[in-house]
Design a protein around this ligand. Structure first.
Ligand code: TYD
Length: 200
């Protein structure tokens, strides 16, 4: 099973991903937790460029750097792990590209759709969307560390991201599970586990 976890800044993805990992570990189920961008040695270099506030990066350059990271991630981490029968949980994947580079930076959906089909990247089996208002999410994110190139965008940018994620969830109800991310972390984890592993 290939699972992605998505949402705007400060929505609690890391907490959920860690909780899912612990749940799988306790049941001796093989899994891999990974993230985008930055899960391979090439990806780490791309990530440091992409998050660096000092870099001026055009929207299309940003899009292609994100895709380069994703293709390397698929080749070196995601596909080999799925081939070994592991559950793969990635913190961000393609829906972040539609949100950040599409809705955020203004690249047309058509361009991203074409890249997706030309590169034949695989879609996740399930995507968990942690939905939270940008006001609450950004407050959480800014209390944690210095804001990166994406986090320091204005509130309107983050509102567009949230709408893009919700629109994607609305258009793909079989793939998406949308959870109210203003709930307690324990409740979020339990409701995700109940949906992903209903027989447990
Ligand atoms: P990260 O520190 O991992 O942030 P977060 O904890 O919010 O996931 O930084 C990843 C950043 O990269 C995040 O701001 C979203 C952005 N991003 C894109 O813009 N497009 C993408 O396709 C992906 C995967 C991430």
């Amino acid at each position: 099973m290939f699972i992605s976890v998505e949402g705007i800044e400060g929505c609690g993805k890391s907490t959920l991903v860690n909780g899912l990992g612990q749940y799988l570990q306790e049941r001796s189920i093989d899994y891999v937790i990974t993230k985008e961008p930055g899960s391979t040695s090439i990806g780490k270099i791309l990530r440091s460029i992409l998050l660096d506030k000092k870099q001026q990066i055009s929207p299309l350059t940003e899009l292609l750097l994100m895709f380069s990271d994703r293709l390397d991630h698929l080749d070196k981490v995601i596909k080999p792990s799925l081939d070994e029968g592991k559950i793969v949980i990635t913190d961000r994947y393609i829906d972040s590209t539609y949100a950040y580079q599409g809705a955020g930076r203004g690249i047309s959906k058509n361009i991203i759709d074409n890249l997706v089909s030309q590169t034949e990247i695989m879609l996740p089996d399930r995507t968990i969307l942690l939905d939270i208002s940008p006001e609450v999410g950004l407050k959480r994110a800014s209390s944690r560390n210095e804001l990166d190139r994406f986090e320091s965008e204005n509130i309107e940018f983050h509102k567009r991201l949230r709408k893009s994620f919700l629109d994607a969830a609305g258009a793909n109800p079989d793939r998406f599970l949308t959870v109210d991310a203003e709930q307690e972390p324990y409740n979020i984890l339990q409701s995700v586990i109940n949906k992903l592993f209903p027989n447990d």
